[in-house]
Design a protein around this ligand. Structure first.
Ligand SMILES: C[S@@+](CC[C@H](N)C(=O)[O-])C[C@H]1O[C@@H](n2cnc3c(N)ncnc32)[C@H](O)[C@@H]1O
Length: 217
């Protein structure tokens, strides 16, 4: 099920304008091929956050065809390191990023984030982490990314409400997603219990969590 009211979502989506025609083309391309990219309301929220925080470096887990990485680079000129496990998607993302003129800002690293994260340079530090990949592994993505993040930073996770399934089993009609639902519930419980993180869960898109991190706490 959609976690948002359809009439309200339609109203919000009608207000959506993509100011960059090449990004709009990439959104249409992805949607026409059912590539799961950030929803329009989620994109708007992320852009406002990016503009507020003005991050120098963003770490993204889950590239797909490079849409959200290009949104980040486009809206605030930040550098982005984005990790994608699927080889074909990583290739497509690199081409799209080049076509949109963001090759100098966005680097695609191909591989499973659970392996890649350990090999990334810890020196410079990231300001924002965006997790948008396999839902069963959010806890691992979070823990493995934390050493790469600046002491004060932000973590944003997409799809945390999993079409309502995180809230109630009744939305998992065939009982197919038990493992990822339980893991997502554990993850949400985990991040809400961390002393160093202040987390808000928002019913935007498919559920977005925003955590402000202060590692000195
Ligand atoms: C929802 S899509 C990402 C969409 C993208 N963030 C956007 O909005 O344009 C999720 C992507 O994560 C990738 N993925 C899943 N598990 C992963 C992992 N363990 N490491 C890296 N990428 C992974 C999938 O192959 C898929 O392309």
């Amino acid at each position: 099920m959609n976690i948002t009211n359809e009439i309200i979502s339609a109203y919000i989506d009608n207000l959506y304008v993509n100011e960059n025609p090449k990004l709009e083309e990439l959104r249409e391309f992805a949607e026409s091929r059912n590539v799961p990219i950030i929803l329009k309301d989620t994109e708007k929220l992320l852009k406002v956050i990016m503009k507020l925080k003005e991050p120098a470096r963003v770490l993204e887990i889950g590239t797909a065809v490079g849409y959200s990485s290009c949104v980040f680079a486009d809206c605030c000129g930040c550098r982005v390191v984005t990790i994608e496990s699927d080889e074909e998607s990583a290739k497509a993302a690199r081409l799209n990023i080049e076509n949109l003129g963001f090759s100098d800002l966005v680097e695609v690293v191909q591989g499973d984030a659970r392996e890649v994260l350990a090999s990334l340079d810890k020196e410079e530090g990231f300001d924002i982490l965006f997790i948008d990949a396999a839902k069963s592994h959010y806890r691992e993505f979070w823990d493995l990314s934390m050493p790469l993040m600046k002491d004060e930073c932000m973590v944003i996770c997409d799809n945390v409400l999993m079409k309502g399934m995180t809230v109630s089993d009744e939305y998992d009609e065939r009982g197919r997603y038990k493992t990822s639902i339980n893991r997502m519930r554990d993850f949400i419980h985990y991040i809400n219990g961390l002393d160093y993180a202040d987390t808000a869960l928002l019913p935007v898109g498919d559920g977005v969590s925003i955590s402000l991190i202060d590692k000195s706490i």
